[in-house]
Design a protein around this ligand. Structure first.
Ligand code: FES
Ligand code: FES
Length: 192
């Protein structure tokens, strides 16, 4: 017997397949109940009713209007989304909000002081033109903040190692490394 799969039937099968597989892929968002989460971001504390599986990057952008951190790969492979959670560099593209209650989240916007002055790292990136399109910049700056907190005078090799997980498609790497060294020097002077 020969089975003829007409075009409308094929469309129906394809559509059913897409609906069923999407439902499975998104199962956690459909199944998990909303949870009240208290989040502190850049010293602003808010309570939100959210699916605990919601990734931090979407909460930053959609609930707090903080658009500095960028969504790149969504797979912890590019570093564009990095923010600090209790001082530790964290991929906001994969971090579920349900794990962040009581933690302090810091984004690139939080580095500007109350008088609007940029942080030394931001100053150094600007002065040395360490950004071209800027897509990678916010994630890099937060990684650098964590690096310089732990190691105020990193060698070039230590800077490269710390930034290893960050991709810059524009190829601004040499200027980025120079900017980190310059920021470290500025911070050492400011803290004298
Ligand atoms: S978007 Fe998070 S690491 Fe690429
Ligand atoms: S400046 Fe464009 S990706 Fe880094």
């Amino acid at each position: 017997m020969r089975i003829v799969l007409s075009y409308p039937n094929f469309q129906f099968i394809l559509y059913s397949y897409i609906v069923v597989t999407s439902a499975f892929n998104k199962a956690p968002s459909y199944i998990q109940a909303l949870m009240t989460v208290t989040l502190t971001i850049n010293n602003l504390t808010r309570e939100l009713d959210l699916d605990p599986g919601t990734r931090l990057i979407f909460v930053l952008r959609d609930e707090f209007a903080l658009n500095g951190a960028k969504l790149g790969c969504g797979l912890e492979q590019c570093g564009a989304c990095v923010v600090l959670v209790d001082g530790q560099p964290t991929y906001s593209c994969t971090k579920p909000i349900g794990e962040l209650a009581g933690k302090h989240i810091e984004t690139v916007e939080g580095l500007v002081d109350d008088d609007g002055h940029l942080h030394a790292i931001q100053d150094a990136f600007l002065e040395l033109n360490a950004a071209q399109c800027g897509y990678c910049t916010a994630g890099l700056i937060m990684r650098v903040k964590a690096l310089l907190s732990d190691n105020p005078k990193p060698s070039r090799a230590e800077i490269c190692a710390a930034l290893d997980g960050h991709l810059c498609r524009c190829g601004a790497h040499p200027r980025i490394i120079d900017a980190v060294a310059s920021a470290a020097a500025k911070l050492r002077v400011r803290e004298r």
